[in-house]
Design a protein around this ligand. Structure first.
Ligand SMILES: Cc1ncc(COP(=O)(O)O)c(CN[C@](O)(C(=O)O)[C@@H](O)C(=O)O)c1O
Length: 402
């Protein structure tokens, strides 16, 4: 009998499995609206010009392939911290921000969950938005945390149920870890307003909850990195000792390079040193130290004023293209196909995704009848839409939802 005879067939990943099914489809009209990966208006993955220039500089510098330290490439983590928390962040100025390079955002989330499981001085409970990015759940659970959901999305308005969210945050036991999407909520595309973030911060402070920010789309939501970091920086300003999972997969198009960071706001320099030592003890037996290529790209871009300026322009261009697709899709639905349903949420929502409101049955029929692939929850990855296929998509959505 084979050693692995009892290994069962597991289900395909809810998001990455959509791309696998899409690849098998032979229709010339097929559309992949599943994975959150940017495509340009020609439907092609986009390698940023600022990234290509950085790689040329790196080659000219004849860099070696030495190990990075356990917490990664220092010039990367320093620049990544400044991008997230701001150049004038007191936590950075007072040298009390512990930060480690991670295997992109997923690795940062897992590292954070492992650190919380090891050192959080209260019950290891985490609450996540309902709905949230599917991978959040196994990441937190596999690290040993107890996971519950808090009200977030309002099906009636396709917007934020702020009252339900605040009530759940208030009801949660004191010192609960609250996972918060810093911007461009996945899968709903619904973000709290600045005023709502202030209400959320107040309840979290009252209940002495702990904020775990996930910022996978900084710059990608509004096109402005500072604006997209509003919630994170406001919480830190208000004295929350947050932790942050940061990703450069989307905003710098480094998907497969796996570049991210995990950071912890500490009370002072000594605490930061102790926390840093424990991060190293978690990382070393996990993957020892991170890949250096992507980190050097980010470091080269962010530490060169002209490359950073070029990059910020490219992030805005990507964000703007998605916003344009939102308006065109809504316009076709309302004016070409005279859909009687309301589609304002397509343009009200922000970031990479549109939570369309399509039911699982409608998702199945738009796949079978129209070769349009999206996740079963009705989430549309807007970057899969282009000026060449937006009208076709509107026709498909209209026909499966009328
Ligand atoms: C909220 C959130 N947090 C973290 C990540 C991790 O991303 P990475 O490890 O590549 O830095 C994603 C990516 N989620 C997807 O865009 C998506 O939801 O399609 C996709 O990349 C994925 O892996 O599922 C995300 O949406």
């Amino acid at each position: 009998l084979s050693t692995w005879n009892s290994v069962p067939q597991g289900p395909p990943d809810a998001i990455l499995g959509v791309s696998e099914a899409f690849k098998k489809n032979t229709s010339p009209k097929k559309m992949n609206l599943g994975v959150g990966a940017y495509r340009d208006d020609a439907g092609k993955p986009y390698v940023l010009t600022s990234v290509k220039k950085a790689e040329r500089i790196m080659i000219d510098n004849n860099m070696d392939k030495e190990y990075a330290g356990i917490t990664g490439v220092p010039s990367f983590t320093k620049a990544a911290a400044a991008l997230a928390y701001g150049d004038d962040s007191p936590a950075i100025k007072e040298n009390r921000l512990a930060i480690a390079q991670s295997i992109s955002g997923t690795g940062a989330l897992r590292m954070g969950a492992e650190f919380i499981n090891a050192w959080f001085p209260h019950a290891k409970n985490v609450i996540v938005p309902n709905p949230t990015w599917g991978n959040h759940i196994p990441i937190m659970k596999n690290a040993g945390l107890a996971l519950e959901k808090y009200t977030y999305f309002d099906k009636q308005t396709n917007g934020l149920n702020i009252d339900g969210m605040l009530e759940d945050l208030h009801k949660a036991p004191k010192n609960t870890v609250v996972l918060l999407h810093a911007c461009a909520h996945n899968p709903t595309g619904v973000d709290p307003t600045k005023e709502q973030w202030d209400q959320i911060s107040k309840v979290i402070k009252e209940r002495e909850h702990f904020s775990f920010f996930d910022m996978a789309y900084q710059g990608f939501a509004s096109g402005d990195c500072t604006r997209d970091a509003y919630a994170l920086r406001k919480f830190v300003d208000e004295g929350h000792q947050v932790v942050l999972a940061q990703s450069f997969a989307k905003n710098m198009g480094l998907y497969g390079e796996r570049v991210g960071s995990f950071s912890i706001v500490c009370a002072d320099e000594q605490e930061k040193a102790r926390v840093d030592s424990q991060l190293k003890i978690i990382i070393r037996p996990m993957y020892s130290n991170p890949p250096i290529h992507g980190a050097h790209i980010v470091s080269t871009v962010l530490n060169s004023p002209e490359l950073k300026k070029e990059w910020l322009g490219e992030v805005k261009t990507m964000a703007d293209r998605i916003i344009t697709m939102r308006h065109q899709l809504r316009n076709h639905l309302e004016n070409d196909f005279n859909s009687k349903k309301s589609w304002n949420h397509i343009t009200d929502q922000i970031g990479m995704f549109c939570f369309s409101g399509m039911t699982p049955e409608q998702v199945t029929s738009i796949k079978n009848d129209w070769h349009v692939y999206l996740t079963q929850d009705g989430r549309i990855s807007m970057a899969g839409i282009s000026s060449a296929n937006v009208k076709y998509l509107a026709e498909a959505i209209h026909n499966v939802t009328k």
